[in-house]
Design a protein around this ligand. Structure first.
Ligand code: ZN
Length: 122
């Protein structure tokens, strides 16, 4: 992969990262350990409002899990653009298809290794 192309993907990754961070900051904030925590919102004191609070908090927690792991994957991908290993499949060492990276710039596996992995999981 050419340096220009890696640079391009790095920009895409950074933009994606910013998007996710701003999405997270709508319902979570960092605690002292630097980890994101869902902000607890008070809707009111009625039973209904209390159960809505809990329901939304649960939803936000699972959303936070999803977004945090995406963020980690993106951070690792950004590291790889800096170390020069970006675009290489972690499993077979081959090149990850450019089209695949366009859809999923944080991908760590080429298509065929990804398919193999998914088959193993099933
Ligand atoms: Zn592979």
């Amino acid at each position: 992969m050419t340096k220009d192309l890696i640079k391009k993907f790095k920009e895409i990754l950074k933009a994606k990262r910013e998007q996710i961070v701003s999405q997270i900051s709508k319902f979570a904030k960092k605690n002292q350990e630097g980890e994101y925590e869902v902000i607890h919102e008070e809707y009111g004191n009625s039973d209904e409002e209390n159960s809505d609070e809990i329901e939304d908090e649960m939803q936000n927690k699972s959303l936070l899990d999803t977004l945090s792991s995406e963020l980690q994957a993106i951070d690792k991908a950004i590291d790889r653009t800096e170390s020069g290993s970006y675009g290489k499949c972690e499993s077979c060492g081959g090149l990850i298809e450019e089209n695949r990276l366009k859809f999923n710039p944080e991908a760590t596996l080429c298509s065929s290794c990804q398919i193999k992995k998914e088959k193993d999981l099933i």
